[in-house]
Design a protein around this ligand. Structure first.
Ligand code: PAF
Length: 287
């Protein structure tokens, strides 16, 4: 599998593929690939002719004091893994190649970027939207695959692509979990073995919220969120940042959960900040 670091070379490779009549499937990542990323590559492989993976740890989406320096990086291992599930080409630029001149443009998707992750990590979603706009602009017409684990990120990217009429079809893909429910994340690498044992509680608290809506018919979002919070509270190692019940498109908290909703949770566990989410639909409303 070819690895390209020059943005112009990458742009040319994507254009050449389209000239050959190939549909491009783009999988944007920050490297440190795991089975969740590989599921995106496999999906792109099934749908498209050319599978293009980007591998760039984006400084714009890390706040002061976050883990930019510590973020795991291993280009060789990533290239081997991506190739093993059918990726054709990888884009792995340095920060200097990506931005020979520091960016003067920021993409901000108002409203949906300002809540939840937007409150806990100010500027994070602007950093994501800005780099994804650039990656999509370099790739040109394509299908682009993102995991639902970063659910708010996916909603922001969809909206950004629609607002800017980018020639891209954004495809959301299901979360990949360990057998005990922990959503796969590159940041799980920060967890000690005791913390790894505790980590699935995040998922269990989402399940508690889902049961409240689907089995008990609870429609008050505050009561459901409280339920999630108290389930996580059984696990003392976690420090909760938010538990929320939101409309899956607007990310607003509905007055009543009477249509399908998304349950979102974020919490700290040791050195790691973990997020997870789950769909829930009240009886009679299909997801
Ligand atoms: O989800 C990620 O890995 C990153 O946020 C993304 C979309 C590649 C942008 O840097």
């Amino acid at each position: 599998m070819e690895v390209i670091s020059d943005p112009l070379g990458w742009q040319e490779a994507m254009e050449a593929a389209r000239r050959r009549g190939q549909q491009v499937g783009l999988v944007p990542t920050m490297g440190s690939l795991h089975a969740g990323h590989l599921s995106l590559v496999r999906r792109a492989r099934a749908d498209c002719d050319l599978v293009a993976v980007t591998n760039y740890v984006n400084p714009l989406q890390f706040g002061a004091g976050e883990d930019l320096e510590a973020y795991p990086r291993d280009l060789e291992a990533d290239a081997t893994m991506a190739a093993s599930v059918g990726a054709d080409v990888m884009f792995a630029p340095s920060v200097e190649e990506m931005w020979p001149v520091a960016p003067g443009t920021t993409v901000h998707v108002a409203g949906i970027s300002d809540v939840l992750e937007g409150e806990c990590r100010p500027g994070h979603l602007d950093g994501v939207a800005t780099i994804v706009a650039k990656l999509l602009s370099l790739a040109g017409q394509c299908r682009a695959y993102f995991g639902e684990k970063d659910f708010q990120q996916l909603v922001v990217i969809r909206r950004m692509a629609r607002d800017l009429s980018l020639p891209v079809c954004i495809v959301g893909c299901p979360i990949v979990r360990t057998t005990d429910g922990l959503a796969l994340s590159s940041r799980n690498a920060y967890l000690s073995s005791d913390e790894l044992d505790a980590a699935p509680s995040l998922y269990w608290s989402l399940l508690a919220g889902k049961r409240a809506i689907e089995d008990r018919g609870e429609t008050d979002p505050a009561i459901v969120a409280k339920e999630m919070e108290s389930e996580l509270g059984r696990q003392p190692h976690f420090s909760l940042e938010y538990a929320a019940v939101v409309d899956p498109e607007t990310l607003e908290v509905p007055v009543r959960a009477e249509a399908p909703v998304r349950l979102l949770i974020a919490a700290r566990l040791g050195r790691a900040r973990l997020i997870d989410n789950l769909a829930a639909a009240p009886p009679g409303a299909s997801e």
